[in-house]
Design a protein around this ligand. Structure first.
Ligand SMILES: *Cc1c(COP(=O)(O)O)cnc(C)c1O
Ligand SMILES: [Zn+2]
Length: 429
C-alpha cells in the first residue's frame, strides 16, 4: 500500500488526500513497501517493455510504473525515453568514460515533463481542474503543454522579464494563463506555496492543484531519469551522476531513485551524486560547506543560467538526504565556466541550455581536484534543450555577454554575395 510520508516527522497520510506538505511543514514522500517487489522480475519486465508498442510502455516514465504508482488513466505525452550519448571526446580529455543524458529531448524540451505527467495524472485523479506552478520557465512550459493535453486550466506565475524566450513562448502558445510578477522566482514560489495551503479536500474541483516539486508526485516522475539511465547502461551503475541544482527537486528525485534501485537490487552499487550550483545561486553549496544546518540560508540569486536562478530552494531537506545517502558532493561554478562548458557541449553537436552546462563545468572541477578519478564512469545530466534560451547562445557567440570571455565564440561573418567571397572565407577558417 502506498502512502504519503513526512520526511521530517514521519507522519503518514493516505494517497487519496491532496497534500503538498505535512502538518508540521515537512516535505512528503510517496512511499511503498519495496519488500513486496521482486527486483530481478522487474528488470526483466522493464526490459521487455522496450519492444512493446503500448503507450504506457513506450513512455520512459510510465515504463517504470511499479516503482511510481499505477493509475487507471494517465495524462502523458510519451515523455522520457531520452538519449544517453557517449561523449567520447569530452570524456577522453578528462580521462573518464563520459555519457551525457539529454533530458532536453523530452516533449517540451526539459526534464520537467517527467514530473509533470505523474503530478497532473495524480491531480486529475483527485478531481482537480486547475493547476498552478511558479517557474523560472521550464516548469511553466511543461505545465502549459500537459494542461492543454488534459483539457485543464493551467496557471503559471513567472518573474517578469527574467525567463528565457523559448520557455515563455511555449507557455503562451500552449494556452496557459501567464501571470507575471515584479518579484523573483522565490517570491513566485512563496505565492504558490500559500495557494497550496488553501487546498480544500472537500472541494477539489474548485481548488488549485500545485505542480511545483514540493508535490511528491513530481519527484516520482523525475526518478525515472535514473531508472532509465541504469537500464540504458544494462543495469550497471556509473560511478558518478552529475547534475545542476536549483530548487533541488531533481536532486531529491535522484536520491530516492538510487536508494530504491539499490534496495531492489536493480543495481549492485550506488553511484555518487555531484550537484553543481551557479556561484550566484549557491545556497545548497554553502549549506554543504557548513555541514548541512537544519535550515538553508537563502540568497538573492543572480546567474545567466536562469533555470537555476533560485535563492531559496524548497526541496532542501530532501536534497540533503540525497547527498548524505549517496556520499555525494556539491560544487559551485561561475557563469564564465558555465558558458564555456555549454560551448563545448554545443560544439560536440549535442547542445543544451545554460543551466544544463553546469554538469560539465562542475565535472571539470571535480576531475581537476581528483574527487572524480581517472578511469571512472560518469553520467552528466543535460536538463534542457539548446533552443530554450537562444539569446544566451547568440550573445555568447557574438561576444555580447558582460563579464563572459566567449573563449569559444563562433562569430557569424558578413561576406559579399559571390563565390570568391565564400571561398576566401573558407580559407580564413
Ligand atoms: C528546473 C531546471 C533545473 C533545476 O532543477 P531543480 O530540480 O530545480 O534543481 C536545471 N536545469 C533546467 C534546464 C531546468 O529546467
Ligand atoms: Zn511532518
Amino acid at each position: 500500500m502506498r502512502e504519503l510520508k513526512c520526511i521530517s516527522c514521519e507522519k503518514t497520510y493516505p494517497t487519496t488526500e491532496v497534500r503538498f506538505a505535512c502538518d508540521c511543514g515537512g516535505l512528503l514522500d510517496l512511499t511503498q513497501p519495496l519488500t513486496e517487489l521482486d527486483g530481478s522480475e522487474l528488470k526483466k519486465e522493464f526490459d521487455s517493455r522496450l519492444s512493446s508498442h503500448k503507450a504506457l510502455d513506450r513512455s520512459g516514465v510510465w515504463r517504470f510504473r511499479e516503482l511510481l504508482f499505477d493509475p487507471d488513466t494517465t495524462v502523458s505525452r510519451l515523455e522520457g525515453d531520452t538519449r544517453l550519448y557517449p561523449a567520447a571526446d569530452i570524456g577522453q580529455s578528462l580521462n573518464i568514460t563520459l555519457y551525457l543524458k539529454h533530458e532536453g529531448e523530452n516533449p517540451t524540451g526539459s526534464f520537467k515533463d517527467r514530473g509533470m505527467t505523474t503530478a497532473i495524472t495524480a491531480g486529475v485523479a483527485a478531481g482537480c481542474d486547475k493547476f498552478i506552478c511558479a517557474s523560472t520557465g521550464n516548469t511553466s512550459a511543461s505545465l502549459a503543454s500537459y494542461c492543454a493535453t488534459a483539457g485543464k486550466t493551467g496557471i503559471v506565475i513567472i518573474p517578469e522579464g527574467k525567463i528565457a524566450y523559448g520557455k515563455l513562448s511555449q507557455a503562451l502558445a500552449y494556452g496557459a494563463k501567464v501571470l507575471q510578477i515584479k518579484g523573483d522566482f522565490d517570491a513566485a514560489m512563496q505565492l504558490v506555496t500559500e495557494i497550496g495551503e488553501k487546498f480544500d479536500q472537500e472541494n477539489t474541483a474548485n481548488s488549485i492543484y500545485v505542480l511545483n516539486s514540493i508535490n511528491p508526485f513530481r519527484v516520482e516522475g523525475q526518478k525515472t531519469i535514473i531508472f532509465e539511465l541504469f537500464q540504458q547502461l544494462s543495469w550497471q551503475a556509473p560511478d558518478w551522476i552529475v547534475l545542476p541544482g536549483g530548487n533541488l527537486g531533481n536532486t531529491s528525485a535522484f536520491g530516492k531513485a538510487i536508494a530504491e534501485a539499490y534496495e531492489l537490487g536493480l543495481i549492485d552499487k550506488k553511484p555518487r551524486l555531484a550537484v553543481v550550483q551557479a556561484t550566484g545561486a549557491n545556497p545548497f553549496y554553502t549549506a554543504y560547506k557548513n555541514g548541512f544546518p537544519d535550515n538553508i540560508e537563502p540568497v538573492e540569486a543572480e546567474t545567466i543560467a536562469t533555470a537555476v536562478k533560485i535563492g531559496n530552494p524548497k526541496s532542501y531537506t530532501r536534497a540533503m538526504r540525497a547527498i548524505k545517502e549517496t556520499d555525494g558532493v556539491i560544487v559551485e561554478v561561475n557563469d564564465n565556466e558555465i558558458m564555456d562548458a555549454k560551448a563545448t557541449i554545443d560544439g560536440a553537436g549535442i547542445g543544451c541550455e545554460p543551466a544544463s552546462a553546469c554538469s560539465l563545468a562542475g565535472l571539470r572541477q571535480l576531475v581537476a581536484d581528483s574527487t572524480i578519478k581517472s578511469g571512472e564512469t560518469v553520467v552528466g545530466i543535460l536538463t534542457g534543450h539548446l533552443l530554450k534560451d537562444p539569446d544566451a547562445t547568440i550573445n555568447y557567440h557574438t561576444g555580447k555577454l558582460a563579464g563572459i570571455d566567449s573563449k569559444q565564440a563562433n562569430q557569424p561573418q558578413p561576406i559579399d554575395t559571390n563565390v570568391e567571397a565564400v571561398l576566401a572565407a573558407m580559407k580564413n577558417r
